[in-house]
Design a protein around this ligand. Structure first.
Ligand code: SAH
Ligand code: SF4
Length: 353
């Protein structure tokens, strides 16, 4: 490891501050991967503890009006078989998720405008009656719609900024504007959602300085949750022949996020495990504290094809719950039983670090 990296890691673990230049140094130092992970694991333990929060992911529609150049759900992809679950089926999956012990469900989809304010409000209300936390991840909508869903009981919203570099964002998300995505995140924050965002690592043309700026943007936004995943090229998209995102660079980014946003909820994303067996354990040991097992049933899992090689498409929700529970215990951690809201704790005593 480069000498300056050692000092930077020690300082970041204490002060939770780094400059853009310092972040670039650590992101670019491959030999810093393990020491960064170890420091992030200690900070994770001190701030959010050993509980791993499981969120049950319901992929309720793969219909999308957008055309992101990396994503298999993009509207121009005619190879994907489209589906949309009806309200009763979505609520039934949430009920089953509760039966497996989940305390949160994440409703994720393409940008499918069939799900209007009244339709989604009814679904949110029905799920809230089950005493579950509800996370939405359905893309960009006007502030009034976010407000109506919040009023219906939605607790959290996930919307990755993907990259904070405007030009890069608008190159790969044609027809979308970076300013509007940023507006969505600020509206969600003001409306009282717990806000989750994150980076797609490995977009062609993305630099270490852009990734460093992403981290500083998340700090400025005071993001509650950060989902970071590598690009996995999808042959049915214009980025089909791009290089995959780098696993260890993504891992260093996760660790740096834990050091700079110590209270945040950080998932070990499915994309990491698609790239490498046991990828989620590796990330859980590098600063992460959340896993989002799939609770979608049957063939819909396969059809929700953001990228190829998605893991566990033949498994049932019960398999996924049992598998993750066992793996978490084997790491000496435990499955948290609370709803997993962000803990604001401002730890002053950090002697344990
Ligand atoms: N439509 C919503 C939610 C579904 S997409 C939205 O876009 O916010 C969820 C995430 O999948 C995206 O934010 C993107 O970062 C990720 N994704 C899409 N295609 C991918 C690919 N080929 N490799 C890795 N992640 C991908
Ligand atoms: Fe649609 Fe989201 Fe995929 Fe973009 S990333 S094409 S918005 S599902």
């Amino acid at each position: 490891m480069q000498a300056e990296s050692t000092a930077l890691i020690a300082r970041a673990a204490q002060t939770h501050q780094l400059t853009e230049q310092e972040l670039v140094q650590l992101l670019g130092d491959a030999a810093a991967t393990e020491p960064l992970a170890a420091a992030a694991d200690r900070v994770r333990h001190a701030y959010v503890g050993d509980g791993v929060h499981l969120r049950g992911l319901i992929e309720f529609s793969n219909i999308c009006r957008q055309n992101c150049m990396y994503c298999g759900l993009r509207r121009d992809n005619s190879r994907v078989e489209r589906y949309r679950l009806e309200a009763e089926a979505i609520v039934e999956l949430a009920r089953k998720a509760k039966g497996y012990g989940y305390r949160t469900v994440v409703l994720q989809s393409g940008e499918d405008v069939y799900f209007t304010v009244p339709r989604l409000c009814a679904i949110i209300r029905a799920i809230k009656q089950l005493d579950l936390a509800v996370t939405l991840s359905l893309g960009e909508r006007p502030r009034e719609e976010y407000a109506a869903w919040r009023a219906a009981g939605a607790d959290r919203y996930l919307l990755r900024i993907e990259t904070t570099d405007r030009a890069l964002y608008e190159q790969y998300d044609p027809g979308m504007s970076w300013a509007n995505r940023d507006r969505c995140l600020r509206d969600l924050r003001e409306l009282g959602y717990e806000v989750g965002t994150g980076t797609l690592v490995g977009l062609p043309g993305q630099t270490l300085s852009m990734l460093a700026k992403d981290i500083l943007y998340y700090q400025a936004l005071d993001a509650d949750m950060l989902g970071i995943g590598p690009l996995i090229p999808n042959a049915d998209t214009p980025l089909g022949t791009a290089q995959a995102g780098d696993f260890d660079l993504t891992r260093r980014m996760v660790s740096l996020l834990r050091l700079l946003l110590p209270e945040a909820n950080i998932p070990a994303t499915t994309a990491m495990e698609t790239m490498r067996p046991r990828g989620r354990e590796i990330i859980l040991a590098s600063g992460a504290n959340v896993v989002m097992p799939n609770v979608t049933e049957g063939d819909y899992r396969r059809k929700y094809a953001l990228y190829p090689g998605k893991i566990c498409v033949a498994d049932t929700p019960a398999d996924c719950r049992a598998c993750m529970g066992g793996r978490i215990k084997a790491m000496g951690r435990y499955v948290a039983t609370d709803k997993g809201f962000r803990k604001h704790q401002n730890l002053k005593e950090q002697t344990a670090l």
